[in-house]
Design a protein around this ligand. Structure first.
Ligand SMILES: Nc1nc2c([nH]c(=O)n2[C@H]2C[C@H](O)[C@@H](COP(=O)(O)OP(=O)(O)OP(=O)(O)O)O2)c(=O)[nH]1
Length: 129
């Protein structure tokens, strides 16, 4: 089975939370959706809430799935879900930096290549929010 990664499109006030990877060296500096690998026995929602707690120190409410299986560079596929913050303020506990991007700023950061089509789909959700 291919590995599964979950990504959170955390939206607040019409902006999307983007996170800059600190590691590994070949990905460091690239921007991504908070998230990570789904562990055996976990649902997408459980993995997303765990990763948001570990990486950002926040509690989230998982919302709607965006798109289907998004292929990534490493043979993994990513499931993307909208999320809203239920508790706390995001802190870069494992990332180098965080930014809240408006729709106009969405492509101002160098996203990991696999995220570019995802961002096009996220854009529609930003418009609605
Ligand atoms: N979280 C996340 N990972 C992404 C995105 N886009 C993308 O290509 N990836 C890739 C980067 C990594 O190779 C992989 C996610 O692995 P990860 O290192 O974040 O997973 P993890 O937190 O579970 O960490 P680890 O236990 O493997 O160290 O998916 C994205 O938007 N969000």
């Amino acid at each position: 089975m291919r590995g599964l990664v979950v990504g959170a499109a955390i939206i607040a006030g019409g902006r999307l939370l983007a996170a800059q990877r600190a590691a590994p060296p070949e990905l460091a500096g690239g921007w991504e959706l908070p998230g990570g690998k789904v562990e055996p026995g976990e649902t997408d929602e459980e993995a997303l809430t765990r990763e948001c707690r570990e990486e950002l120190g926040i509690g989230v409410i998982v919302g709607r799935r965006i798109g289907d299986d998004w292929p990534l560079h490493n043979g993994y596929v990513m499931h993307v879900w909208t999320a809203t913050i239920a508790k706390g303020e995001p802190e870069a506990l494992e990332h180098s930096d965080l930014r809240w991007l408006s729709e106009a700023e969405l492509f101002d950061v160098p996203w990991l290549p696999g995220d570019l089509p995802v961002l096009e789909a996220v854009r529609a959700h930003l418009k609605e929010s």
